[in-house]
Design a protein around this ligand. Structure first.
Ligand SMILES: Cc1ncc(COP(=O)(O)O)c(C=O)c1O
Length: 380
């Protein structure tokens, strides 16, 4: 394969100019992420509803996509720079290729797990509230979903989840940090829980937001997953890597589990991901500087927003993620609908005892706009 320099030159001379875009490939790639602007959606809204990364993808990932465009007619296994993508990602997490299944976003895995585990009378144990995809599909398939309410601190109630496991439990689904409550469990508690639960059934730990934590709290359960066939970990490039639209996630587990999942999915899983996405993912993994900056920007905008909400006497749940969970108290009506009329997309859901809102952490300017609207309108 031509070197990346050759590819870049080729591209500069052809695709961009041929497309009449009037901009060079390099000019797109070297554009710094705009760290502090309002990024409205196509219809002029500020989208704080899906926990996306507001800063865009890493500049290195952008460059990798541009460099890959000329090769997009090839399958990734025919490209030197991509044929080992799966093992490169595995290696990054200290496991082998046999331990990983790449999917077009981790939602695929959340859909796949209940499908392969279903049997009549089976149940799934999880928390309430938690990320909806796996519990919702499980109910549709006919599982009983035993969703244990979060505690008064809105954290997952691990002892209750552990005692809820019975001989019909096919899976325990733990999201850590949890979406939507933004709480997290310390590594020691998680390890203990996984090991105990795995004596009885399969455990899937969803670490979509773990990258937003600092060491030592950002310790993954991946090492347990690699050795214990009953423990699995799923992660995604959609959050800190900012690649939600590029669609890549993965599950890590014991080779027997990964084989079982791969057969149900598509055994050549790497072919299920586009060349452009694979190239971006590999470049993004290497760009630790970008991720550190995202984390720092996220923490600053999050602290600002939490302070702003607290000034309105809102009892915000401490957040360890890129979103903030807060109770709506006696708020009457549909809060998300109210905010939408003010051009801000966020979420609200009923919980067992109270209504709550969830706002994703956008750029500082976006959060300033959110707090401005809150200051003007919040009546508690
Ligand atoms: C906890 C959790 N897991 C998984 C996902 C899905 O991510 P992906 O884009 O990889 O499908 C999300 C998305 O918001 C999430 O919140």
């Amino acid at each position: 394969m031509a070197s990346s320099i050759n590819r870049r030159d080729w591209l500069r001379q052809t695709s961009m100019t041929a497309l009449g875009l009037g901009i060079s490939a390099r000019s797109i790639a070297t554009v710094e992420p705009s760290w502090d602007r309002i990024r409205e959606t196509e219809n002029g809204l500020i989208n704080l509803g899906s926990n996306e990364n507001p800063y865009g993808i890493s500049p290195n990932a952008k460059q990798a996509i541009i460099d890959m465009i000329p090769w997009a007619s090839r399958y990734s296994f025919n490209l030197d720079s991509l044929k080992d993508a799966q093992s490169t990602i595995a290696k990054y997490y200290g496991v082998t290729e046999e331990n990983i299944l790449l999917t077009a976003g981790s939602s695929i895995v959340l859909d796949l797990m209940p499908r392969i585990l279903y049997k009549p009378n089976a149940n799934i144990v999880t928390a309430e509230p938690t990320f909806f995809i796996l519990p919702a599909l499980s109910r549709k398939l006919g599982f009983t979903v035993n969703a244990l309410p979060v505690g008064p601190d809105r954290g997952l109630d691990l002892p209750a989840m552990l005692s809820a496991i019975n001989s019909d439990t096919q899976l325990v689904y733990v999201v850590n940090p949890n979406n939507p409550t933004s709480t997290y469990l310390k590594p020691a508690a998680m390890k203990n829980f996984c090991q105990e639960a795995a004596k009885k059934t399969a455990v899937l730990v969803d670490e979509a937001y773990l990258d937003f934590l600092d060491a030592p709290d950002n310790e993954s359960m991946i090492p347990l997953a690699a050795s214990n066939p009953n423990i699995l970990v799923t992660r995604t490039f959609s959050k800190i890597h900012g690649m939600a639209g590029l669609r890549i996630g993965y599950i890590i587990g014991h080779p027997t589990r990964i084989q079982q999942l791969g057969q149900a999915n598509f055994s050549e899983s790497q072919v299920a991901i586009s060349d452009l996405t694979l190239a971006a993912a590999l470049a993004s993994l290497k760009d630790e500087e970008y991720r550190a900056k995202v984390k720092q920007k996220n923490a600053a905008a999050r602290a600002y927003t939490i302070k702003g909400l607290q000034k309105l006497n809102i009892n915000v749940t401490p957040s360890f993620t890129n979103f903030i969970h807060f109770p709506l108290g006696n708020y009457q009506g549909d809060f998300a609908d109210f905010m939408l009329k003010r051009n801000i997309i966020l979420r609200n859901y009923p919980m067992a005892k109270e209504k709550w809102g969830r706002v994703s952490v956008g750029t500082m300017s976006e959060m300033q706009q959110f707090i401005k609207v809150m200051n003007e309108t919040w009546k508690g």
